[in-house]
Design a protein. Structure first.
Length: 134
């Protein structure tokens, strides 16, 4: 476990959220992308050595939209950068903590990702991420 890589914030309208965050942070999003494996749109802002990730989905039945319900946005997860996601997944699984996927998925910002089950982490959604081709 190296550092907190990013904080994920789910939003209903990623374009409006981008405008707000650009105003607050005095910087533009450095990367916007659609993540097919999760069926979400993302937008990243650098803040020092960490990042803020805005996440949205156009599908009203997507878990992201169910998560935020009637709110306009919500803290969704925090991500921890790791050197070897496979080793960390095996280690964490051996502790009895369930993983939401058995193998790493291709995530946003050139990362392999895996989420830990929030029922096993006091309701906090934690993402492990490893940069591809580090």
């Amino acid at each position: 476990m190296n550092k907190i890589d990013h904080i994920g914030v789910v939003v209903k309208d990623i374009n409006k959220a981008n405008q707000l965050f650009e105003t607050i942070l005095k910087t533009s999003s450095y990367k916007k992308e659609y993540v097919k494996s999760e069926d979400v749109s993302t937008s990243f802002f650098k803040l020092g050595d960490s990042k803020i990730e805005l996440i949205s989905s156009n599908d009203p039945e997507h878990t992201i939209n169910k998560y935020i319900n009637n709110q306009s946005s919500s803290l969704h997860h925090f991500a921890i950068r790791v050197d070897d996601i496979i080793i960390e997944m095996k280690r964490i699984s051996s502790l009895g903590i369930r993983l939401l996927n058995d193998t790493p998925k291709l995530g946003a910002d050139n990362m392999l990702i895996c989420f830990l089950h929030p029922k096993d982490t006091y309701g906090v959604l934690i993402e492990l991420c490893q940069e591809i081709n580090q």
